[in-house]
Design a protein around this ligand. Sequence first.
Ligand SMILES: [Zn+2]
Length: 616
Amino acid sequence: MIESEEQATYVSSEAVQLATESWGWITPPESILRAAELSIQLQNLMVGEAVVKLGLMPEDKKNALLKSKPADRQTLDWLSTHEPQVKAAFDKIMALRDGIQYFDDLHNLGIVVHPDMKKLNLRRYCEEKRCVLGLMEQTKPVLCFGKWEDLERYRMAGRAERNEVKNIAPNHALAVGNPQRVTEWVAAAGSASTELDETAQKNLWLPTDTRDSEALRKFATLIDVAMSMASDIDINPLRSGQGRVMLRVNTKMQDPPGGPYLLSPEELTEVTRFIAKKCGANTTGARILKPCDGQLIYRSSAGEIFIRVSVIPLDPGGTSYDMLSVDLRLHKRREVAISLHSLNMQPDVIESCRKAAAYSQGLILFIGPTNTGKSTSIAGLIGLHVDLFGDSRKRISIEHPVERFVPGIKQISVPSKDLFAPYFESILRHDPDLVMIGEIRDQQTANTAVDAGLSGHLVVSTLHANDPIIGIRRLANMIQEDKRFDLYEAATLLVSQRLAMTLCDKCYQGAMRKPTEQEIDKFNEYAADNGITIKMPDGIPKLSDERHECDVCRGNGYNGVMPIFEVLPVTRTVKDLLAIGKFDYQNLGKHRTRTLVGSAMELVALGKTTLDSVFI
Ligand SMILES: [Zn+2]
């Protein structure tokens, strides 16, 4: 008996998936899957049966009540008058029976307020319609009403009346949610806080909250300064127990403006424990014994910045102090279309990218250490893809976390890098034309990338390695042996990237000098070792003595960075070389259309950088 009843209410997983997709989810949480299943079941039930199914009223009570229902009363209204629980669930029953999703708790589902709720017009509109525009899975807009009848009214409203939302989010999903939560949300959107990332939003550091601590006040001031000039703030513990705080500016470590910044042992403990706690890495605030990381948003009068925090405890060496090495990576968050031209990418590199992006499938890899601008180049490549194909292509990225908002691509922030592979596999079922994976770092992701790149998807990713040749070798070693051939077939373009420091445009006026014999010999030797055939230019920049008084570069002579590239298009010849294991610089190297050293040398000849940046 039980079996047949289960069969009667069985809903196939395909039907559930279709329902959640129609609600706008890509990877729906468990509670949404259950709600979709329930919604499908309820759609086939009478209202009275739905009430029983939801456990709001026992079957016999429902039957007895419906027998005595006055003819002019709606079933649900009538049952509601006899059972407060039914009344409370009225909106939920109506929504789910109509195939509309219902959110009991927006926060648990990871739904965040749409950034455009900052805009006064939209906020007024939402207040009036009693709804809120949110984002599911960080990217999919959803208009959520507190009451079923408000949603009904919206659906029936004329086109002009719906345009306010349609103009901002043409493909938004609809939902009904806990009315109290919806009201709170509209109110919250009215205040300044409309940051996208829910996790980081919870970890919000307002320096006004920590102004009572001398150490934290001083540190907050440093973040204010660093925000406009540095990519990282590093705290390095010294043997004395003190912490030395340095900034990474244009890829080089330096003291903050105003000279060395030392934290006393007590300050170091206070600052690091506070940051580790604030970013969610170490919520207890206890002594940190193993590496941990997290993220937070720092917001002050100087601006707002997203910070990724990494804390590594070092050998305490018998001290009673925390020996913690802390790195704060600073990210400005904004959505901007990036063009490869604006990144100072050389025309031939752009052309290689354009060719690879125009294929309907393949594997494009940006290879290099961290902090070399790979993700910026990928954002540029996606911009190029948007230029080529517009909205006719489906693009999805899987990142940890989303640090930069890129137009034209649906961005999914996964909670951990270990989840790249499962997310990747499930996203392929949505048949995207272009998939961006934050990083290929394990066999499963590598295998999936190769399969996808050979089956109608353009896969773009990054890889940690020095250059394209080492990169493809690393990837080949990462995947199953029987898949290596597939890898060489899938690969279309390998690009390696670095940032070269560029000469200060205030104190360097373009003076050039002849290279010394020693410099020429050193370069020729290096070039020969690396299979590079270019020659030392006749003139190289002569640094000015005025730099010592320069307030822009503070005497170091540089004030910016420019990307340099090495490009290996994976042509038929290259694929064949790889297939027979010719992974060396002599054979493969010849097929590079440019090298990092060659690129840097071009900048030297143009008077943009010095020889120091060449030996990388
Ligand atoms: Zn200067």
